[in-house]
Design a protein around this ligand. Sequence first.
Ligand SMILES: [Zn+2]
Ligand SMILES: [Zn+2]
Length: 272
Amino acid sequence: MRVWVLGTGSAGNAVLVESGSTRVIIDAGFPVRELAKRLAGIGVSGDSIEGAIVTHEHNDHVRGVCAAAKRWKWDVYASTGTIAGYPLLREICARPFVAGATLELGDLSVQTVRTPHDGTEPVAVVATARSSGTRAGIVYDLGHVPASYRTTFDRLDILVLESNHDEGMLRAGPYPPSVQARIGGAFGHLSNRRAGMFARDCAHAGLAQLVLAHLSERCNDPAIALSSMRDALARTGFRGVLSAASQGASCGPFTAGRGATALSGGQLSLEL
Ligand SMILES: [Zn+2]
Ligand SMILES: [Zn+2]
């Protein structure tokens, strides 16, 4: 399995997961022209992707999916609530699922997991490769971590995890109190500290890649997020590579094999 974060943050998110000849994209939150450019940058053509899963209806996750689906003939999957929240998905005949359902797409079995976030029916995913058993979790846009996640996201090889804001920077930052309350609330976004608590629960010797995602450009800094996570992972079994993905450029591929990831412009990395 190989995973690329094509970009992540409040201006757009897209994650490509590949196993064997199966390619699935999780979110397409960039305009289709930008998406095509980022895919070309990693040597992937849009029409080689067989399906897209939309995690929720916020613009930074759904923006380009309808145009991309038409252009590249993607099958699009979204929860019933997400389709209700973004009716254009009906026009491209998006296939509805109920959060918690598992979608079978070629070599990938993708379990959807309801997230606590202020979308209608938002989800995270765990993609498992049938051929190799490799497991990747993609978890962003959540205000807190439900207790059940400890078992849902266990034994992962690759984890892409939201580390949205530093709590002090959010309090001191430019947002009005109502926006601060939304971002830091139970249905908003995961802080560096809460991401660290979750990662500590899922960390194990087999976790090869931990990729921080959806970093706020105003209330976070990659160096701060990485250092906070490094501290959280001290004294755990984690022996993999810790990276921070960015908004402006794609990074990856992340693979289950240690040391197999090439550094790219969109990525800061730290070996623990
Ligand atoms: Zn988002
Ligand atoms: Zn969102």
